[in-house]
Design a protein around this ligand. Structure first.
Ligand SMILES: Cc1ncc(COP(=O)(O)O)c(C=O)c1O
Length: 457
């Protein structure tokens, strides 16, 4: 059959609260043109993030009831631990309350002033946790990854030559870790090939630099490898995932993505000494090593979700539904990142709104327009999120001005997605009316979460 259907039936539903354009204009003004500051009941279709927003399965809910809440030695922890050991082949598993807690613990253990953590592209919380220790985060993305509108199969790849050059310049002893983000969230949800992971591993091994994987979307990445990388078409998703993790010394994961959980994360690794340091920090900041900031029921939901996410029917539907939205927008002329990513469609706001300069945040302006037009909440991944200031307080723009429409897992149906396409296309057809924004208030780190903005007149 040509039609790929949602591989689930719906047992429980939540209402969507409708509002009008005039109401949304007032809501946006009161939220200082920052979509993070809007009440979720004022949003019709929430594409802010795919993180923690999944619909859990009946099996996961059953697991929630079976979760064992013992402080120490809960069977739910052992189920969680064994599942992660099987998927990753890594023996040491440390639960955390979400991905950034795993990052905080890892980088507090290995970071520090004068150190560099190298990546394809660091996610914003990863970079913030690295920089919090005084270390510097360095993105070495491949050339194809820097051109949003040019399709290529593995635009999340790291640039191995740039990595070699960076080691020669800074010295391997100043690089305590390399971390590859799969799929590359900040670079468009684009996958990393097995060949690239192997190439990076070879360089890391030659210089004794541990390789970690930011594994939030490991199953989506494994599915892309199966679809696009020669030699993997007949392999299973667990087999591909296992091979991928076999090249790594450890991983961090936010279980709020590919584990279909509403909260949770973990660190997994081979190195006993590093795990000992991480567990010591865990006890201070998260909790005892068999629960790490999570309830027993969360550990169960994650263990079950991690197995469900590797089902091919699910991954086929997941990747195809993102592509469906992307194709609809492309057909209407909307500049979207190509090819479609694994969890989101990214609109190139720089291309769509050439009349708005980067210092007037074209991505944020577009995100606000999508909200006003149809109540869609998206997120800017551009100069509001990643822009920095020079010594004269002038904005150094981010390399790309993207708006991400992240699709929560198993939540929206095809008609919701058709509605999203209609709204985006309407905004695109009236794009010259969109005005830029300026910041009136901002925090020193991760400013996009709380910044206040106003329209430029
Ligand atoms: C690639 C990546 N790494 C790390 C994180 C942080 O995870 P959490 O939100 O669970 O702290 C995210 C969250 O969006 C992510 O996409």
């Amino acid at each position: 059959m040509q039609t790929i259907i949602e591989p689930f039936r719906i047992k429980s539903v939540e209402p969507i609260y409708f509002n009008t354009r005039i109401e949304r204009e007032t809501i946006l003004e009161k939220a200082f043109y920052n979509l993070f500051l809007i009440h979720s009941h004022d949003v019709l279709i929430d594409l802010l993030t795919d993180s923690g927003t999944s619909a859990m399965s009946s099996n996961q809910w059953a697991g929630i009831m079976q979760g064992d809440e013992s402080y120490a030695g809960s069977p739910s922890f052992f189920h969680f631990e064994e599942t992660i050991q099987q998927i990753t082949g890594m023996p040491l598993v440390i639960p955390t309350h979400q991905g950034r807690a795993a990052e905080k613990i890892l980088f507090s253990s290995i970071g520090g002033k004068g150190k560099y953590i190298v990546s394809n592209t660091l996610f914003d919380t990863t970079r913030a946790n690295i920089e919090f220790t005084g270390a510097e985060g360095v993105d070495l993305l491949c050339e194809e990854g820097k051109h949003p509108l040019k399709p290529a199969p593995f635009k999340g790849n790291m640039d191995p030559v740039a990595f070699e050059n960076f080691i020669a310049e800074k010295g391997a002893h100043n690089i305590p870790l390399c971390i590859i983000t799969i799929t590359n969230n900040s670079g468009g949800g684009q996958p990393v090939s097995m060949e690239n992971i192997k190439a990076v591993k070879k360089i890391c091994a030659a210089h004794h630099i541990p390789l970690f994987i930011d594994a939030c979307r490991f199953a989506e990445n494994a599915y892309f490898i199966k679809q696009r990388e020669p030699g993997y078409e007949n392999k299973t998703i667990p087999g591909i995932a296992r091979e991928l993790f076999s090249y790594a010394d450890g991983c961090t994961m936010s279980a709020k993505k590919d584990a279909f959980a509403n909260i949770g994360g973990f660190l997994a690794m081979h190195n006993e000494e590093l795990a000992r340091q991480c567990r010591n920090l865990l006890i201070i900041t998260e909790g005892f090593p068999t629960y790490g900031g999570l309830a027993g029921r969360d550990l169960e939901a994650i263990a079950i979700g991690l197995k469900e996410v590797m089902e091919e029917n699910y991954l086929q539907y997941r990747i195809r539904s993102i592509e469906y939205l992307s194709n609809k927008l492309l057909e209407a002329g909307v500049p979207v990142m190509q090819p479609a990513g694994g969890h989101a469609v990214y609109i190139d706001a720089k291309e769509m709104l050439p009349h708005i300069p980067p210092r007037q945040y074209p991505g944020q302006a577009l995100a606000c327009a999508l909200y006003t037009e149809g109540g869609i909440r998206s997120v800017e991944i551009g100069s509001l999120m990643f822009g920095k200031y020079d010594a004269n307080k002038q904005l150094i723009p981010a390399p790309m001005e993207l708006v991400r429409l992240a699709i929560p897992r198993r939540v929206y149906t095809q008609s919701h997605i058709d509605y999203v396409a209609e709204v985006v296309i309407n905004v695109y057809n009236n794009r010259e009316r969109i005005k830029g924004l300026s910041i009136t208030e901002e925090a020193p780190a991760l400013r996009h979460f709380t910044a206040k903005l106003e329209p430029v007149h």
